[in-house]
Design a protein around this ligand. Structure first.
Ligand code: HEM
Length: 148
C-alpha cells in the first residue's frame, strides 16, 4: 500500500523545490534589504566616491558641477541614497526640486548620470538585480531634477 506523507512534510518539500527553482535566476531567493545589498554605508560611500569621479570627468555632466563643493555633495548623496535604500539614516538636505532648480539639467545629463551610477556600481561588484532595485527608487525623482 502507498504511504501518504503528512501535509506538513509535503509543504516542506514544495518550499525546498520552489527555493531550488528560484536560485540562479535574476532575483536571488533570499536577498537582503537593498541597503544591505549595496554594502551598507561603507559600500554606498565607495559607490558615491566612484560616481563623482565619473560625473566630474564625463563631458555630458561635468559642467553642471563647476563651483560646487564636492566634499559636501558627497556626504549629502550618501545620506540620500542610504535613506532611499531603506538604511538607518535620514536625509536632511533640501528637496530634490530645490537642490536642482536653476541648474538646467536635461534628460541627456540625467541619463548620463544614471549610466555613470551603473558603472560605479559595476566597479563595486553590485549585482544587476540590486542595481535595478536602486534605479527603480531613483526614477521617480526625474520629474523634480530635470528642468522643464
Ligand atoms: C536621481 C538622480 C539624482 C539624485 C538622487 C541627486 C541627489 C542630489 C543631492 C542629495 C544633492 C544635495 C542637495 C543638498 O545640498 O542638500 C544634489 C545636489 C546636486 N546635484 Fe543632484 N541628484 C541627482 C541627479 C543629478 C544630475 C543628473 C545632475 C547633473 C548632471 C545633478 C547635479 C547636482 C548638483 C550640481 C548639485 C549641487 C547643487 C548645489 O549645491 O547648489 N544631480 N543632488
Amino acid at each position: 500500500m502507498r504511504r501518504r506523507h503528512p501535509a506538513i512534510f509535503r509543504l516542506f518539500c514544495i518550499f525546498v523545490v520552489l527555493g531550488a527553482c528560484t536560485l540562479g535566476t535574476a532575483a536571488p531567493a533570499f536577498a537582503g534589504t537593498l541597503y544591505d545589498d549595496l554594502g551598507e554605508r561603507p559600500g554606498l560611500t565607495r559607490i558615491v566616491d566612484q560616481l563623482l569621479v565619473l560625473v566630474l570627468a564625463d563631458p555630458r555632466t561635468r559642467e553642471k558641477f563647476d563651483n560646487i563643493n564636492i566634499e559636501r555633495l558627497k556626504g549629502r548623496l550618501v545620506d540620500k541614497l542610504c535613506d532611499v535604500a531603506g538604511g538607518p539614516c535620514h536625509y536632511h538636505g533640501i528637496s530634490m526640486a530645490g537642490a536642482h532648480r536653476g541648474l538646467g539639467i536635461t534628460d541627456y545629463n540625467f541619463n548620463a548620470m544614471v549610466e555613470d551610477l551603473q558603472t560605479a556600481m559595476d566597479r563595486n561588484g553590485i549585482s544587476s538585480w540590486t542595481q535595478n532595485r536602486l534605479l527603480a527608487r531613483l526614477a521617480p525623482m526625474h520629474r523634480d531634477i530635470v528642468a522643464r
